[in-house]
Design a protein. Structure first.
Length: 116
């Protein structure tokens, strides 16, 4: 089970850190990631990270958002800097033990609202 937290209301240019904690070990979860869904839009991948630390980011967040994972704490983080109003969305964490394909486990979302 994945539990996301850390969302909230922030002004443009501000920062937030999202956390996603697993009820079990994430050591076997090859890929963990953050997705988001804005009102009226499809869910999109924001960032992902592998067990080995390889990361992948959506072009729209490169240089502003940083994903990291702490296997000892069974937690993946999303540090969000220089936030923009277009970052407003419900953010979901997800994971998979597989190297490829879709995510197998999803947490409930946490709302991030960026005011202009």
């Amino acid at each position: 089970q994945l539990q996301a937290s850390g969302g909230g209301l922030v002004q443009a240019g501000g920062s937030l850190r999202l956390s996603c904690t697993s009820s079990g070990s994430i050591f076997s979860l090859n890929r963990m990631g953050w997705y988001r869904q804005a009102p009226g839009k499809q869910r999109e991948l924001v960032a992902s990270i592998t067990t080995g630390g390889s990361t992948n980011y959506a072009d729209s967040v490169k240089g502003r958002l940083i994903i990291s994972r702490d296997n000892a704490e069974n937690t993946v983080y999303l540090q969000m800097n220089s936030l923009k109003p277009e970052d407003t969305a419900v953010y979901y964490c997800a994971a998979s033990p597989r190297r490829f394909g879709g995510m197998d486990y999803w947490g409930k979302g946490t709302l991030v609202t960026v005011s202009s």
